[in-house]
Design a protein around this ligand. Sequence first.
Ligand SMILES: Cc1ncc(COP(=O)(O)O)c(C=O)c1O
Length: 416
Amino acid sequence: MFQKLKAPRKQQDGIMAMMRAVAADQRPSKVDLTVGLYKNELGQTPLMRAVRKADQELSHSRPNKAYVLPTGSPAFMSSMKQLAFGNDHNKWFIEGVQTPGASGALSLILKLVSYANPDAKVWVSDPTYLNHLPTIKAHQLDYGVHPYLDWQSMQFRRDEFHQWLATLGKSDVVIFHGSCHNPSGLKVDTNTLHAVADAAQKQGFFPIFDTAYQGLGDGVEQDAQGLRIVSEKVERLALSISCSKSFSLYSDRVGCAFVLGANQNEVDTAQAYLASYSRPTYWVPPNNGAEIVAKVLTTPTLKQEWQEELEEIRHRVQSLRHDLTLALQEHSDSPRFDYIKNNCGMFSMLPSTPEQMQHLREQYAIYGLMDGRINIAALKEVRIDYVAKCIDEVLHPKKFGSRPESRRGTNLNVSI
Ligand SMILES: Cc1ncc(COP(=O)(O)O)c(C=O)c1O
């Protein structure tokens, strides 16, 4: 069975390799900014208070752990619909399925796209979340990479983005990061969101929102703004949404896929396809975490407590951004890192080469991804000055030169 298998291409600098390297590094100065986990000042990834309470209550009261339907638990799905689309979501035709995380949701959505239109071309931003391209390729879909981040200034390539937007047509599909861009943390302004909505309406391309950080950018409601602005204009879109970060339920694999369509019949059909795709793989979704999320969102006291803690986390990450920016300003004696405080969510990128990231790792035990992504949400306040000093040391233009433009797209060469 396995004799003829060739080993898959190893990603020496991929996230798994980096996680192994971090674990093996015994230096006390080690700073791990690799994986997308929120960490508190003690370096721990806490289970949120309301989530723990809901979990404990359910462990006493749930009658069993019987299978749920392939579409998932109705209580979870309706709470998530409201969280994403808002209180007046009933004005739209929306149906969906519960999935193992947003990763499972995006995969089902892209399978539906490949069935509905095998000639579709799926666009992702340059750069994008490491799993986007492998997921698109797994469904044999054509793909393209659109302008997004200027790798020198770390600002939005607004003009090129708008020029590209104008070229889209009916067989194009675009994956937008619903809130907090991974890996750049770059915020897109409201005018651009309206331009996306207008273009999708006029030109008929299909938007997919991939939302993994609702509540960690500007707030729970604010972070759904892009999705809601586009939903007002278009007849059809899809959403994959994750509870990993915003409910601290990473390993429980909680998420869902939604489709918004022109009428009930259309979304019922799409939902039936999505549900059927889980049959040959995991059959019915995991429900432990989804039950916890439903309990939090449907119990007013728990919901309030969850929102308050999410706000605490959001403010803490913002303050880490602010302090890191100040420290970098001081060490570099320049405003070149000021974009970090204007980014949102867990990540920002350094204007670095892979060699510089390697140097940071080998010389100073500071671990980020090779494309320059660092997880600000894993920084400790007490390590900010050390991290800023080392980043300035390694990225100083006089030492290594600035990041060449040819670095564009460095995180897009991933294999599965
Ligand atoms: C844009 C994006 N989509 C999806 C995911 C994965 O979410 P999940 O853990 O729910 O599969 C992430 C990050 O982990 C992400 O950044």
